[in-house]
Design a protein. Structure first.
Length: 146
């Protein structure tokens, strides 16, 4: 397992998007963050962070996973039931794929109704709406800097 395989798995999930945050984390979202999407997993691209993979797992699964050697509460996100995986071989590839699918599903269920409504739009309409939203956000940011 590696960052590229994680990227393939995550981006194959419905409505998944990715961003590069904090300089070296590839963050995977359910829905674009500009329309209210929420992150469900992230990987450390350059190996300078803590762990190679972080993901949301829910309260019950959090405690089960914490008993696995090489898995620990993700810094700053453990209170929201996120875990970090220390090495790629901590879990089998199939287990990692299942955990990422579960993380995606859990986060999708937590999305606000308005965000789910946008995600339910036909792709062309959704893409146009996201593009317009990004322009609006960029304009607000530009206005703040003045």
């Amino acid at each position: 397992m590696d960052n590229e395989r994680i990227r393939e798995i995550c981006l194959a999930l419905p409505h998944a998007a990715e961003t590069l945050n904090w300089g070296h984390h590839l963050v995977y979202w359910v829905g674009d963050r500009d329309i209210g999407g929420k992150m469900f997993a992230m990987t450390d691209l350059d190996g300078t962070g803590i762990g190679v993979l972080w993901f949301h797992c829910g309260a019950e699964r959090f405690h089960e996973l914490m008993e696995t050697e090489g898995i620990f509460g993700a810094p700053h996100l453990a209170r929201a039931f996120w875990v970090a995986v220390e090495r790629w071989d901590t879990l089998r590839p199939r287990e990692i794929e299942e955990e990422l699918r579960r993380a995606h599903a859990l986060i999708y269920e937590k999305l606000p109704k308005r965000t789910k409504d946008v995600l339910a739009l036909p792709e062309k309409e959704r893409t146009k709406l996201i593009r317009e939203r990004k322009k609006l956000v960029a304009a607000r940011e530009k206005a703040k800097k003045r």
